[in-house]
Design a protein. Structure first.
Length: 504
């Protein structure tokens, strides 16, 4: 017995040492991006704009963690002055990588806080990034600035960057730094596209299409989702040529999976219109909305949809024909009761008529109810009835505490929604009654849980639970065995395949 005790003590000691040494498997490679707006992360809601660094993680496997520190309007000078480089430097470790792309804002002579002359300050600042990174054992990679979309009267692409790309190439050669020449590759790409087709890669949008750009926008510097993906692919091609260890974590982007390109998913925030105060006492929307990052929000679902190439936006008023013209897919979730909102907005006949007409012309409508007492049903059912559906105002799958199995479904029909899904979780569901043109998509023990209808050129999907909010697709509480996340991805991939591009 004493010998056995000694063995276990020694074993525990060895395990403790291994833990202290970080024996948790290979540390993922860290990739830090520093640069300007063409590389930066953009807001996901209400805009078509995306930075190429924002979509770059789609090209890597889980062995790489990408941290995008690029910011709008920054030059080498202002990025250092604002302490942004120091923030990255404090994190850098042996084996990390730094992608460095500046130039657009360094050239702004009218702004002394950003202007950096190419052969002096600009080069000096780039050298600082390179030297500091190397001292930390990280690998810097220099990027020339991406090309702007500017053509002359004859349709020839104009180089707007002057000496800045030249300086980057010179520094890379002098310091033996890896270089990805996206200035050259994006110019070749834009020459192939020409003046007209190239608009489809930039933020060229008509008025009233996105809430953040009500007046429309013609932007020849910043990319939309499609353009950002194309530039990221050029970056990946350049990374492969360098043959660095980081390249082993690259994966091919399945372009057929980008089913949302050119499509807008619009979420209702009028019938579901709940507010609370944030930590500073400022009112904020919450509960089944894109903005809500807490358990009750749809922020994770929104990110998932964006990763399929779509844009996400909101509708904060009763829908009109013009409002829905911009939507490929329109979601209404859990309409308010007087207990949730002092003065709830109800679905009225004019809006119901507009929605029905929009569906018949090709729109994809998603209706997510809730259980009895937690959603408004009278007016919601007037809309659902137009498509042969009715929410039964009951409460199926009542769950006690953390007894998750009380909300488990694990027997599914052969349908794209359930491809590869072993089990999902839904609690306190309003079951459905259906008649032509609606059909049950998923039933259990005689109850219709999910319904679907083809109506004219469009489609309607209905379920009696907002079962795809953060709490249940991030596993913040839900056990890993439940695959609401996989079902959510399947569902919106399928719905986006059915949806039409936005009318831009």
């Amino acid at each position: 017995m004493n010998t056995m005790n000694m063995f276990f003590k020694k074993l525990m000691g060895v395990l403790a040492v291994l833990t202290l040494l970080g024996f948790q498997g290979e540390r993922p490679a860290r990739l830090y991006l520093i640069g300007d707006s063409t590389m930066a992360d953009k807001p996901l809601i209400g805009t078509a704009e995306r930075g190429w660094g924002q979509v770059l993680p789609l090209f890597f496997d889980r062995g790489v963690v990408v941290e995008n520190h690029a910011r709008n309007g920054r030059s080498t000078k202002s990025f250092i002055a604002e302490g942004r480089w120091q923030t990255v430097l404090d994190k850098l470790q042996q084996g990390d990588y730094v992608f460095i792309q500046f130039g657009h804002n360094d050239a702004k002579k009218e702004d002394t806080s950003r202007f950096a002359e190419p052969h002096t300050d600009y080069k000096k600042n780039l050298l600082r990034f390179v030297t500091d990174a190397r001292e930390k054992g990280a690998t810097p990679i220099l990027f020339t600035p991406v090309s702007r979309r500017q053509y002359d009267d004859h349709g020839s692409l104009v180089d707007t960057h002057g000496d800045y790309p030249i300086v980057v190439r010179e520094l890379a050669a002098e310091q033996k730094v890896s270089l990805i020449d996206v200035h050259q590759s994006t110019m070749q790409w834009l020459r192939r596209l020409g003046p007209d087709d190239s608009k489809r890669a930039f933020v060229w949008i008509k008025a009233d299409l996105y809430t953040a750009n009500r007046a429309g926008r013609q932007d020849n510097t910043h990319f939309n989702e499609s353009g950002a993906l194309n530039v990221a692919q050029l970056v990946v091609d350049g990374l492969k040529e360098l043959n660095l260890p980081l390249a082993k974590h690259l994966k091919a982007l399945d372009k057929s999976a980008m089913v949302g390109l050119g499509k807008i998913v619009c979420l209702d925030e009028f019938y579901n219109n709940e507010w609370r105060k944030d930590a500073k006492g400022k009112p904020e929307r919450y509960h089944y909305v894109w903005e809500d990052t807490t358990n009750s929000g749809f922020s994770t679902l929104g990110s998932m949809i964006v990763n399929m190439g779509a844009s996400i936006d909101t509708l904060c008023e009763a829908p009109t024909t013009q409002d829905l013209t911009r939507a490929s897919l329109y979601i209404i979730v859990d309409p308010d009761t007087p207990l949730e909102t002092e003065h709830p907005n109800y679905l009225e006949q004019p809006a119901i008529d507009v929605i029905e007409k929009w569906v018949k012309s090709g729109g994809v409508l998603v209706l997510m109810g809730n259980d009895k007492g937690n959603a408004e049903f009278e007016h919601f059912n007037q809309l659902a009835a137009r498509f042969g559906m009715h929410f039964n105002e009951d409460s199926r799958n009542k769950v006690t505490g953390n007894a998750y199995d009380m909300g488990k479904f694990d027997s599914f029909p052969d349908h794209p929604l359930f491809k590869g899904v072993r089990q999902i979780y839904m609690k306190e569901i309003s079951t459905l009654k259906v008649q032509d043109p609606a059909v049950p998509l998923f039933s259990d023990k005689g109850d219709v849980i999910i319904a679907f209808a083809k109506v004219g050129k469009g489609s309607v999907f209905a379920v009696g639970d907002p079962w795809l909010y953060n709490e249940y697709i991030t596993h913040r509480k839900l056990p890993e065995a439940y695959e609401n996340d996989k079902a959510a991805e399947n569902l919106f991939r399928w719905l986006l395949e059915l949806a039409q591009p936005a009318a831009n």
